[in-house]
Design a protein around this ligand. Structure first.
Ligand code: ZN
Length: 618
């Protein structure tokens, strides 16, 4: 049993092992992005006629395309078929029309928008490194105009405060357009020939998708804050798949940021805004930066119900709790207590999923559960109910547990260098479960689940008292020392050292929303028993990878929130600057056309970041 488990882990976690990365050449064939030249799902080759009753299987990612009774509110009509263009002028007309079609189709959506920004300062050895960071999480009403002029009105506000929407209460989810999500569209109101000139540049492949590339410039006197830059248009449905540029002209004393905005073909006929990277600053000799930063904006949760109001009633059901007393025995007090706790656990998991904060159960959970299982088996832990794991979709480094469910954030999985480090952060939560530090039972009362999505963080919380934290860390160390990871705790120590080095600058990344933080006031407090373990941190040792950049491990499908491991080919690290621990990097998703099978199973296109190709590759 034990060996089998370890074997499974080894297979599943090939990408988590620094050594295995080198031998991962066969990986690319496993990419879920099989090029499919005969795209029946694409609008272009379709027969003409608006009477196409082919309802999109979009909302729920069910593999069968002929799902008849999808709720009408969720059905997304395919774009009307048009004859293939013969001139570039016709192509321009088509992508303008498609852009307006996308704006209309997404108008009733309120996806989750997350922006994580790192201010930069120059380090002689490492180049630009984070000096401070900022985090924003919100919901965006795609029906609202992103008002760039509004942003220009308040010059007394700090630039970043305005870009983040002027929020100070960062965890209060609000429905309004945000600065960094400007570039979900080139121009929400006036994307047309009256306001813009379009010039064909060339053809280019982005991933599996052949694109026509156009330079877009605002016409003279067409107003402030117009898109200026380049767009990539896929050559079957003529949808924009990437926008790269800025807005122009700016008013006196104001400034527009540069952005690189990517879309994914997550539903038939439409490419959905998914990632936006922004960067400012010049670190060449003699340049003084008034501002330097890198920021990643991720958008997901497109398929969440608007406002979550309809969802709330469904939370009254507790149907996932099965009655296990098959012998028709009465529940003992202890059994009653356990059922009660499971009810609370199920309520919380369902509520967080409905709020767009938790990925639905998936393949990534199997990997996490295998690691937990390794800890359990080698420590002879026998719990009345199995431990489950789920992935929090957000970037801040965070774990917590409710009942027997361990939750770990996407950002934390991203930066962990190896399986032993993953086991270490999971062992702390497993220790809470083993020690019976159960916080969540109050959530068995369903009235406590009846809140709006936008106040999730105000209504749920799983912070332990310091005594329980200390006890869990102590127990976690015991669990690790008995486990298959006992010989690899040096790597955990190294990760904690890397985290300590950056902790004072990364307060936002280390601020937790629901659980206890890994670090407080710039000081790492989690797993302190391992903090001095292992070799000294040494940037010059290129084979010493203490922590990875953000975005290199986990990819999320922005439509259905499913999470899975990134399958990136290894790229050798050639200098200390390639390591980029905990850092923000540009996005470079591998674009692929929609296939129903891929959408049902996992994120169809593989959004990997540049980090996946460099930092995590070793
Ligand atoms: Zn804890």
């Amino acid at each position: 049993m034990r060996n089998w488990n370890l074997l499974l882990t080894a297979a599943l976690l090939a990408s988590m092992s620094a050594a295995a990365q080198q031998a991962a050449q066969s990986q690319p064939s496993a990419q879920p992005t099989a090029p499919d030249a005969t795209q029946a799902a694409q609008p272009a080759p379709q027969q003409a006629g608006p009477a196409t009753d082919q309802s999109a299987p979009a909302s729920q990612a069910t593999p069968d395309a002929t799902q008849p009774a999808a709720p009408p509110a969720q059905a997304i009509p395919l774009p009307a078929a048009t004859p293939a263009p013969t001139t570039m002028d016709q192509v321009v007309n088509l992508f303008i029309e498609r852009e307006h079609g996308l704006i209309k189709v997404l108008a009733n959506r309120t996806p989750v928008v997350e922006t994580y920004l790192q201010n930069l300062t120059a380090d002689p050895q490492l180049g630009p490194v984070p000096s401070a960071d900022h985090y924003f999480l919100g919901r965006m009403d795609m029906g609202e105009t992103v008002d760039r002029k509004d942003y220009l009105k308040e010059p007394e506000q700090s630039m970043q405060a305005r870009l983040l929407g002027g929020f100070h209460k960062l965890y209060k989810v609000q429905y309004q357009p945000l600065g960094f999500s400007w570039m979900v569209y080139a121009d929400r109101t006036d994307f047309d020939r009256e306001h813009y000139d379009f010039r064909y540049a060339r053809r280019e492949f982005l991933g599996d998708v052949r694109c026509l590339v156009f330079d877009v410039t605002p016409k003279p006197k067409s107003g402030r804050g117009r898109f200026l830059g380049r767009i990539w248009v896929e050559d079957q449905g003529f949808n924009i798949v990437r926008l790269n540029g800025t807005y122009y002209p700016a008013a006196h004393n104001t400034f527009f940021f540069h952005m690189d905005s990517w879309r994914l073909n997550l539903i038939p006929g439409y490419w959905v805004p998914s990632f936006i990277y922004s960067e400012e600053g010049d670190f060449s000799a003699g340049v003084k930066n008034s501002m330097a930063f890198k920021a990643q904006t991720r958008i997901w949760g497109y398929d969440l119900k608007k406002g979550g109001k309809d969802d709330e009633l469904t939370n009254i059901r507790v149907d996932s709790v099965t009655d296990e007393s098959t012998n028709a025995q009465d529940a003992s007090p202890l059994q009653a207590e356990r059922v009660w706790q499971q009810q609370a656990e199920d309520n919380v998991v369902e509520r967080l999923t409905n709020a767009g904060l938790l990925a639905p159960e998936g393949d990534l959970d199997r990997i996490l559960q295998t690691v937990v299982n390794n800890l359990e088996v080698t420590n002879n832990i026998d719990l009345p109910r199995p431990v489950r794991t789920r992935v929090l979709l957000t970037s801040p480094l965070e774990t917590f547990s409710v009942g027997n469910t361990i939750v770990i954030s996407r950002g934390l999985i991203d930066v962990l260098p190896d399986e032993a480090s993953l086991a270490a952060v999971l062992s702390h939560e497993l220790a809470h479960i083993v020690l019976g530090h159960n916080l969540g039972s109050k959530y068995a009362f369903n009235d406590r689940m009846l809140f709006d999505d936008d106040s999730t963080y105000q209504n749920l919380g799983f912070k332990h008292i310091p005594e329980e934290e200390t006890a869990a860390d102590k127990k976690a160390l015991d669990l690790l020392k008995n486990s298959p990871y006992a010989q690899k705790l040096d790597n955990v120590g190294l990760f904690l050292k890397a985290l300590q080095l950056r902790a004072p600058q990364l307060g936002a990344l280390l601020t937790t929303h629901l659980g206890n933080p890994l670090a407080e006031n710039g000081q790492v407090i989690r797993l302190s028993g391992l903090a001095t373990q292992g070799p000294a941190l040494d940037n010059n040792k290129l084979d010493q990878i203490a922590a990875l950049p953000l975005g290199g491990r986990v990819k999320i499908n922005p439509w259905n929130d499913k999470a899975e491991m990134v399958k990136a080919a290894p790229v050798a690290i050639t200098s200390a600057r390639d390591k980029m621990p905990f850092e923000v990097t540009p996005f470079f998703p591998r674009l692929a056309r929609f296939t129903a099978a891929a959408a049902a199973q996992a994120p169809a296109p593989a959004p990997t970041t540049a980090a996946a190709n460099s930092g995590s590759g070793n």
